[in-house]
Ligand binder design. Structure first.
Ligand code: F6P
Length: 357
């Protein structure tokens, strides 16, 4: 087969590990492996070339994506989607592996449907890659583990200086509308409070919650040296305003403790992938080549999806899930109705009051 690979949307550490694993496994099994540059935009512009073994050596450990990425508006409209299929057919690409998050996998699902309707031989397989961990049935998407580690490392560093000055810090982290990064990293970094959009709290409710937390932190007899609040960017109000309101609340409890804010931003998306992200990328990629050989299309490979959703593969940790089910569950993750989110919030609600120790 001629198999095309593209990375699309926000890059995620581990995308390169997936590119190399796909190319190495595909070539070893007799396929021609084609790298499509700059995501769907590059596909539409005809930017693709064969992936030679020597050009991909050593990329497993690199962050970002050697293929480049894009957020392609044209691919969101039917004319662009039809043009993408025409490009793939003209390049005689029979298998396409889309590595990316929600928008990218939606594009893959649409392409698979168009191919079916128009008698194209194209088969499409998705690999979830997004630091946000908001892809339905993905378990852990490629890039999430590294992003969590980066946030924990940043919070540890901030905690060092916070303790030196006895300060309170609010650290805002990426994740778009999904609070997973804030939750997972916040607990690991010994945060005193974790703020995320899925809880649907108003700004006043959050400030009230933080006031109670601060009262506990500075209760008589306690000698707490730093307070850490991890805030997901999915909460729409500005972190600077929150800092000011937390400072006002704190001043009423104890005098002389500064509140500072740090927005980690794109720092969270870069860096060398962790060993776990490399492993996930490599094992999902192996499954993707086997799936294409088996003639499967319109599917995603997921790493240990919750509740054992999807079909088994040779790999006990990798499961096959139809892309329409993936996208439906993604919508439930984002509107908060997924059991995965419900459980995550229920668990956090249990520990919230004891976070400050
Ligand atoms: O989806 C990944 C992500 O990094 C989000 O966490 C963030 O909100 C967004 O992408 C930022 O996108 P951009 O790099 O296009 O500003």
């Amino acid at each position: 087969m001629r198999i095309g690979i593209l990375t699309s949307g926000g890059d995620a550490p581990g995308m390169n590990a997936a590119i190399r694993a796909l190319a190495v496994v595909g070539r070893a099994r007799g396929h021609q492996m084609i790298g499509i540059q700059h995501g769907y935009a590059g596909l539409l512009a005809g930017e693709h070339a064969e992936l030679e073994a020597d050009s991909i050596e050593g990329i497993t450990r690199q962050g970002g994506t050697i293929l480049g990425s894009s957020r392609c508006l044209e691919m969101m409209q039917p004319p662009g989607q039809r043009a993408a299929l025409e490009r793939l057919d003209a390049a005689k690409i029979e298998g396409l592996v889309v590595i990316g998050g929600n928008g990218s996998l939606t594009g893959g699902h649409i392409l698979a449907g168009l191919a079916r309707d128009h008698g194209s031989p194209l088969k499409v397989v998705g690999l979830p890659a997004s630091i946000d961990n908001d892809v339905g049935h993905a378990g852990l998407s490629i890039g999430v583990d590294t992003a969590v580690n980066t946030i924990v490392d940043a919070c540890d560093r901030i905690s060092d200086t916070a303790r030196a000055h006895k300060r309170c810090f609010i650290v805002e982290v990426m994740g778009r509308n999904c609070g997973f990064l804030a939750m997972r990293a916040g607990i690991a970094a010994e945060a005193d409070a974790i703020l995320y959009g899925e809880a649907n709290e108003t700004e006043d409710q959050i400030v009230e919650r933080l006031r109670k937390m601060l009262e506990r932190c500075f209760a008589p007899g306690r000698h707490k040296k730093r307070v850490l609040i991890v805030k997901s960017e999915g909460l729409s109000f500005p972190v600077a305003r929150l800092r000011q309101r937390v400072q006002e609340a704190l001043n009423e409890i104890v005098k002389g403790i500064d509140v500072r804010e740090t927005v980690l931003g794109h720092v969270v998306r870069g860096g060398d992938p962790s060993a776990l992200d490399r492993t996930i990328a490599q094992r999902l990629s192996f499954g993707a080549i086997l799936a294409l050989e088996a003639g499967l299309t319109d599917i995603m490979l997921g790493w240990e999806p919750p509740f054992g959703v999807g079909r088994e593969t040779l790999d006990p940790s990798v499961r096959l899930v139809p892309l329409d089910e993936v996208l439906a569950e993604t919508a439930r993750l984002l509107d908060g109705t997924s059991p995965v989110i419900q459980r995550r919030m229920a668990m956090l609600a249990q520990v919230e009051a004891i976070l400050p120790g």
